[in-house]
Write a protein that binds this ligand. Structure first.
Ligand SMILES: CC(C)(COP(=O)(O)OP(=O)(O)OC[C@H]1O[C@@H](n2cnc3c(N)ncnc32)[C@H](O)[C@@H]1OP(=O)(O)O)[C@@H](O)C(=O)NCCC(=O)NCCS
Length: 177
């Protein structure tokens, strides 16, 4: 399973941040993220899971916890957000999407771009690919900006199952060709 292979290669680090697997003790933090209206505005709205259910999902690696990782600072080991890699067949067969989110107090600090670069580069190495893809709600200005800053270019769009238009983006690793 790609999720297990990927997990074995963690943690991944950038200049300021570390991406690591979630642990049962992260349940309160993950639940806080899922309940925050600002964090979840473009991600299906705040979700009302119990902390116990989140902990159980972490322990069993069930559903979305299978490929959702904690982003923490290297300096303090403070959890600032989470990041994930999700299969998205709306983009194409065997194509993937990146999910990145930070608590409001850790947004607008350049972390989004830093984590997207990390996911982009490490995912292509681990998956043995020379490209990667992503999708975004066009009204999510910060997400569009980090994709463009990380050299993704727009390739199409689709309407998701909630009726929202999502733009699709692609990055080509020119060095690999
Ligand atoms: C999207 C998100 C991950 C971006 O991370 P971030 O660390 O705040 O972004 P950065 O600090 O790297 O900023 C990237 C750019 O977006 C801009 N930006 C940040 N927040 C913005 C906002 N709310 N509105 C408009 N522009 C914004 C920054 O000024 C920066 O622009 P620049 O490159 O011209 O300087 C973050 O806003 C977030 O967690 N949002 C909630 C969850 C979410 O919607 N995730 C995306 C779906 S996967």
């Amino acid at each position: 399973m790609w999720q297990q292979n990927l997990a074995r290669s963690l943690p991944w680090s950038s200049a300021r941040l570390r991406l690591r697997e979630s642990r049962p003790e992260d349940a309160a933090f993950v639940n806080r993220m899922l309940k925050d209206p600002d964090v979840m505005r473009f991600l299906g709205g705040p979700l009302s899971y119990s902390e116990n259910l989140v902990r159980e999902s972490i322990v069993k690696r069930s559903g979305w916890m299978d490929s959702l990782y904690i982003v923490e600072t290297i300096a303090e080991s403070t959890s600032v957000g989470h990041a994930g890699i999700l299969e998205n067949t709306n983009i194409g067969e065997s194509e993937f999407d990146f999910l990145i989110a930070f608590l409001p107090e850790h947004q607008r600090n350049g972390y989004g771009r830093e984590v997207l670069e990390l996911l982009r580069d490490r995912w292509m190495v681990e998956a043995g690919r020379a490209h990667c893809t992503a999708s975004v709600r066009p009204e999510n200005e910060a997400s569009v900006k980090i994709l463009v800053r990380c050299a993704f270019h727009r390739v199409g769009e689709y309407v998701d199952r909630y009726g929202f238009t999502r733009h699709t983006y692609r990055y080509e690793n020119d060095a690999a060709t």
